[in-house]
Design a protein. Sequence first.
Length: 324
Amino acid sequence: MNNTDLQHKILIEKILKEGNNKGDRTGTGTKSIFGYQLRYKMDEGFPLLTLRKIHTKSLIHEMLWFLSSFDKKYDKFGNTNIRYLIENGVNYWNDWPYEKYLKSRKYRPELPYLSMKDFAKKILIDDDFAIEFGSIGKGYGHQWLKYGSGIEYNKNGKKQFNPGINQIDYLITELKKNPNSRRLLLESWKADEINDMVLPPCHHGFQLYSFDKENKKFLSLKLHIRSNDIGLGNPYNVAQYALLLHMLSQVTNMIPYELIVDIGDAHIYNNHIEQLNTIIKREGFNLPKLELNKNIKSIYNFRYDDIIIKNYKSHSNIKMDVSV
């Protein structure tokens, strides 16, 4: 069995056997452990779970969304608006903006009731509606590319706009100029802006580590996750950051080496237990391979068609509900 599937099984079994029964924000209830680490060597294959089918289109588009690696027509919406995702067939971020829209109706009676389906349709066809209600707030993409941005006052008391820090640019520049730096970190958890996000970041930061071996430069990425839904979210997180590691490696002329995933609260929702008991009885397949368009030199120039996951064979998907 490949190492990706094996580690997923071991973690599920550990939580089911040793996990604490805990309540949670969503009211669903979980079995949970605290503190766990997963490791994936990139030369073993792309770490995409084969025990159930993972929607690769979603994980690729979400990563491109975080990075603003999209066409100019999306610029006015930005990389925190679900317009881009919905237009590309990715819908799992819809729940939180939709929930916020429904809450807005309590003090804005002019807003009509919309079903989730009609809400998503309106996001697609109505630019003003999308700009007002399609944002996730100052979440992942904002913190990655505009950390600390906003209106502020200078020493003379005049209002001015601070564009913030593009943390991705910082990492790429440092990897090229100072690859041995121990300050190669990106952080999405900005405490004073948590209330400006529809969902605070779960995978909230990562650190890069480069080294030379046999006249080659290698790059590793260590991801930090404060809260990880092992049934639904974890396989996507692993594959997405493996993808990011490959993208960063390509644009810095390095070789992707290892992805390390540090999890704080690793949990299984109570309504996922039956499905995960089915999954851990399955035998996995060989891991797929990731191919990137080698002509891409800027991380912001990647598009969906530049990212190919080859020879992905998996078991069928098992539906698990998202707890909002």
